[in-house]
Design a protein around this ligand. Structure first.
Ligand code: FES
Ligand code: FES
Length: 211
């Protein structure tokens, strides 16, 4: 009689066993669903005009502009430093304006004109900023350099266009290419090697040269 009582299942026992058996099944199904949703993403067609050439791509809409350049177009000049918008190594020009390409999705740039370090100049015909970086030793390891050069080009264009910065004293006057003005505008481009003074000298030389 006592043994029979021990064998009797209570409603609570049944529910507990059902939950115990069902949980791994439910978790497994959810995991499978997650894996499917991560991999089964509809790719989107887009065209980026990169360094003067139209490049057609079909990308997972979550692909950053940086990864589309490096991984899909094999333009590895643009560097991935932090991948969080904090170092500037991934700086490229989009329609002439500098952006951190790690913070922007490629699909947002369908039809946009992108200039990377490969498009600024060639080894035989360097952009003046590239030549000035070489002349003034504006780099050591060179990892930040493509981003620094793209940013430096954009900075001089910003100053020329009269766009003020936090360091511009008189907002009614045109900003000038002073050392402090250029350093402030370049503050988003980090150089672990500390080539900042030489970069400033390179920029000053280009700023002084006739357009
Ligand atoms: Fe984009 Fe650092 S890699 S800001
Ligand atoms: Fe090495 Fe700038 S040259 S990080």
């Amino acid at each position: 009689m006592k043994d029979q009582r021990n064998l009797q299942l209570t409603r609570r026992d049944v529910l507990l066993s059902a939950v115990t058996v069902a949980l791994p099944v439910v978790a497994g199904a959810a995991q499978a669903e997650t894996i499917r949703s991560v991999t089964d993403v509809r790719k989107l067609p887009l065209t980026l005009r990169v360094n003067g050439k139209d490049r057609k791509l079909e990308l997972d809409p979550r692909t950053t502009l940086l990864d589309s350049l490096r991984e899909h177009l094999h333009l590895s000049g643009t560097k991935k430093g932090c991948d969080h918008g904090q170092c500037g190594a991934c700086t490229v020009l989009v329609n002439g304006v500098r952006i951190n390409s790690c913070l922007s999705l490629a699909v947002m740039h369908d039809g946009d004109s992108i200039t990377t370090i490969e498009g600024l100049g060639t080894p035989d015909n360097l952009h003046p900023m590239q030549a000035a970086f070489i002349k003034h030793d504006g780099y050591q390891c060179g990892y930040c350099t493509p981003g620094q050069i793209c940013s430096a080009v954009a900075v001089l264009n910003e100053i020329k266009a009269g766009i003020p910065s936090h360091m511009t004293g008189d907002l009614t006057a045109s900003p000038e290419t002073t050392n402090v003005e250029m350093r402030e505008r370049m503050s988003g481009n980090i150089c672990r090697c500390g080539a900042y003074s030489n970069i400033a000298e390179a920029m000053a030389e280009v700023a002084r040269s006739p357009a």
